[in-house]
Design a protein around this ligand. Structure first.
Ligand SMILES: Cc1cc2nc3c(=O)[nH]c(=O)nc-3n(C[C@H](O)[C@H](O)[C@H](O)COP(=O)(O)OP(=O)(O)OC[C@H]3O[C@@H](n4cnc5c(N)ncnc54)[C@H](O)[C@@H]3O)c2cc1C
Length: 416
């Protein structure tokens, strides 16, 4: 069923009884050409682009819970392409361009809102770094504007410009950045993949791999063995645990990351703001809640909940940035398990096991990467060659020394 204004009117006048389920609930077949493990953003988008771009429709997505139960439905909805390094920036800019046409492409309202993102700087060296980053973005075809203190004050008068410790000197603004409704992205891609014949199978945890003679021939699941010509793993925070079952050790740690939302307030935050003096970022949802978060919890975990000391640290960042936030009441807080890579950059690659592919290492920021992550993994699976914008996102880059050290944080995920 195509969604349209006339459909809304028709359904509205007939008691909304004609809407169809958004995707089917098929039982798993004994074998597929391609099995994708993980029904999050990257897994479903990969299935969608395999079908749409390459005509490959004998595809199943196996999800252990329900579609969108992982980080795709837990993130703070920020999209941007303000990266620095050539191994990353063209990839994120491709993602941004895909976001810009996504609603029309999917015929689904994912609420793409290009309200802009500003990264603040608080010192001269930070301003120099912002200028460098902005130039790198412009060279990759993205948009970047350097705002001085007064230009920023006109946009965000509520910020504490004269904070004793972190006075605000300006910001790097990406006008095309913004927010997208996170779980709608999973639903929209799921509907698009299902319409093209992809089987989306929920409550189907993958518990092992069928690997013979160095090649992956299928997966063991809670609903039996499923054969496959190729298997792609897109399980974000569960990456290291699951790939361990295939005998692979990844340069990834899993950590909890938390976020909070306040009661609904009148519009105050014009876009997305990230603090440069600590780990804190904030935006305002369409319902008025202030959505904010910060650093990961400081220990490895697979639990989708965190603890209060990190929230205290996040709130301290918020108070330093905009003291008015102290009056807002937090309604909810939650956590997701993020897959922290050791150089702060992701992987889209084949593995040493033939026919087994991997997408992960998304750190704090894999939501914005969903369109390009799915697009590039589908390209790799279908053509056998990496997409040019993801060619550096290799699993062997720590062995070869070709790391994409976006944040210079090395083996300290909390410094990403
Ligand atoms: C609090 C928070 C805030 C964030 N904010 C942002 C942001 O503002 N912007 C941004 O770009 N990114 C953000 N992120 C990161 C982003 O959400 C993730 O990087 C991204 O969603 C990960 O990719 P995914 O959507 O495919 O993962 P997920 O949605 O986690 O998908 C992985 C799926 O795999 C499934 N799975 C796991 N193991 C198995 C198994 N054995 N068998 C079958 N299925 C399995 C899981 O159930 C899950 O559904 C945030 C993350 C968190 C936690």
């Amino acid at each position: 069923m195509r969604y349209s204004v006339s459909q809304i009117i028709k359904q509205g006048l007939t008691g909304n009884r004609g809407w169809k389920p958004v995707w089917r609930e098929p039982d798993p077949k004994p074998r597929y050409d391609i099995v994708i493990v993980g029904g999050g953003g990257h897994g479903i988008a990969t299935a969608y682009y395999l079908a749409k771009m390459h005509g490959l429709t004998d595809v199943a997505v196996l999800e252990k819970g329900w579609l969108g139960s992982g980080n795709i439905g837990r993130n703070t909805t920020i999209v941007r392409s303000n990266y620095l390094l050539p191994g990353n920036e063209p990839f994120y800019e491709l993602s941004m361009k895909l976001w810009e046409g996504l609603e029309q492409e999917l015929n689904y309202n994912v609420m793409v809102s290009q309200r802009g993102i500003v990264n603040l700087f608080h010192s001269d060296p930070q301003r120099d770094a912002a200028v460098r980053r902005g130039n790198a973005m412009i060279l990759a075809g993205a948009d970047a504007v350097l705002l001085d203190r007064e230009a920023l004050r006109r946009k965000c008068p509520f910020l504490d410009f004269d904070n004793e410790r972190f006075p605000i000197k300006g910001g790097l603004w990406q006008p095309r950045g913004g927010t997208v409704r996170h779980d709608a992205v999973a639903w929209g891609y799921a509907r698009g993949a299902d319409r093209r014949g992809v089987d989306l199978i929920q409550n189907c945890e993958v518990t092992g791999f069928d690997i013979r003679d160095g090649a992956c021939r299928g997966v063991e699941t809670a609903r039996g063995t499923i054969g496959a010509g190729k298997v792609a793993v897109c399980v974000a925070g569960s990456s290291s645990r699951l790939m361990n079952l295939a005998g692979l050790r990844l340069p990834i740690e899993s950590h909890v990351m938390q976020a909070c939302v306040t009661e609904g307030l009148k519009p105050v935050i014009p876009g997305v703001i990230t603090f440069g003096g600590g780990h804190f970022y904030i935006s305002q949802s369409d319902k008025g809640g202030l959505v904010f978060g910060g650093d990961i919890d400081g220990y490895n975990s697979y639990a989708q909940r965190g603890n209060l000391p990190t929230i205290e640290d996040v709130c301290e960042g918020g108070m330093a940035l905009m003291p008015t936030i102290g009056r807002a009441r937090v309604l909810r807080m939650w956590g997701g398990v993020v897959d922290m890579s050791m150089d702060g950059s992701p992987f889209i690659d084949r593995t040493p096991v033939e026919g087994l592919y991997f997408n992960g290492g998304w750190n704090y920021g894999g939501f914005k990467a969903v369109p390009a992550g799915g697009y590039c993994l589908a390209h790799l699976i279908a053509t056998g060659a990496p997409h040019p914008v993801a060619a550096a996102m290799r699993l062997d880059r720590f062995a070869t020394g070709a790391t994409i050290d976006e944040n210079g944080a090395g083996a300290q995920p909390n410094l990403h």
